[in-house]
Design a protein. Structure first.
Ligand code: CA
Length: 288
């Protein structure tokens, strides 16, 4: 049997920030049939662990967009870091240019203490030029962003280097399109880095070898299995690397059009148990 790789935000988690009973049931059903179910997310490991525990699930976890893999018992089996000097250069630049950012490490998500104020100022700037609907979406996204666990608030960006942490992933978040494009353009051409996006307002930077798809390939190798008859499901740009290495790829109904075009199938939305529906379809298609 093979793998079922599932993204979290916008995919397994519904808009109430929960994993539905239907989705848990479908995952357990697949596990009973011998599938290895893997969570593949941009979130930090400790954050994912908390979410799975609440849902009563114990699974392999690919975190920080493929920078880490942890086993069921919490053993780290893959660790791909951003070189320290490169990380320092980027953090310095984003800090200097007044960005909200998060630095993913083993022990916490380091973020500037003034970060939330920066995002509030951006929202204030957009208040009169944004529709009420869009503004409500921004509020919702912000709430989701701040609901992660393990934040470490820094008065100065040097604190993350003083803590001597491995750096896996730098997440940039801004409501201002032009500012986001400027940050992306600054680092998009770097040969040693990968840039991906996992929501409308962010992008994330990691080592060029780190991707959800690469992590899945690595896990298959470690477990001495292959990816034949495997499936992956997601809603954003950071999921496309998984779509490229599995047999059946599923985009959520709520995914961007570009992501949908890269998937073999489109399933229901994250509020309609799209994961459970995709798993059932996959099991049927493989057993035929
Ligand atoms: Ca997602």
């Amino acid at each position: 049997m093979s793998f079922i790789a599932i993204d979290l935000d916008g995919t397994l988690i519904n808009n109430n920030h929960e994993i539905s009973k239907e989705n848990v049931k479908a995952i357990k059903h697949a596990m009973k049939k011998g599938y290895e179910v893997v969570i593949a997310t941009g979130r930090a490991y400790f954050d994912v662990q908390r979410i799975l525990k609440e849902a009563g699930l114990s699974l392999y976890i690919i975190s920080a967009n493929g920078s880490n893999i942890h086993s069921l018992s919490g053993t780290k089996i893959l660790s791909v870091t951003i070189p320290r000097e490169k990380a320092r250069e980027m953090i310095l630049w984003f800090d200097k240019h007044h960005y909200y950012y998060e630095v993913f490490t083993d022990n916490g998500i380091y973020t500037p203490a003034k970060g939330r104020e920066i995002l509030r100022e951006e929202m204030e700037q957009l208040k009169n030029v944004t529709s009420a609907e869009e503004y409500a979406l921004m509020e919702l996204e912000l709430e989701k962003q701040f609901s992660q666990s393990g934040f470490v608030y820094m008065e100065h960006y040097e604190e993350v280097f003083q803590a001597d942490e491995n750096i896996y992933n730098i997440l940039i978040y801004t409501f201002l399109n032009e500012k986001r494009n400027r940050g992306w353009d600054k680092y998009k051409a770097e040969r040693d880095l990968t840039l991906v996006t996992s929501s409308k307002y962010n992008f994330e930077i990691e080592h060029k070898n780190a991707s959800k798809g690469n992590a899945l390939l690595y896990l298959a190798k470690v477990l001495n299995k292959d990816l034949q008859n495997s499936m992956a499901i997601g809603d954003s740009g950071n999921d496309v690397s998984m779509f490229e290495v599995v047999t059946n790829s599923f985009a959520m109904k709520n995914a961007d059009e570009k992501v949908k075009s890269k998937a073999r199938y489109v399933t229901a939305s994250n509020d309609e148990n799209g994961v459970a529906k995709a798993i059932e379809k996959h099991l049927e298609s493989v057993e035929e």
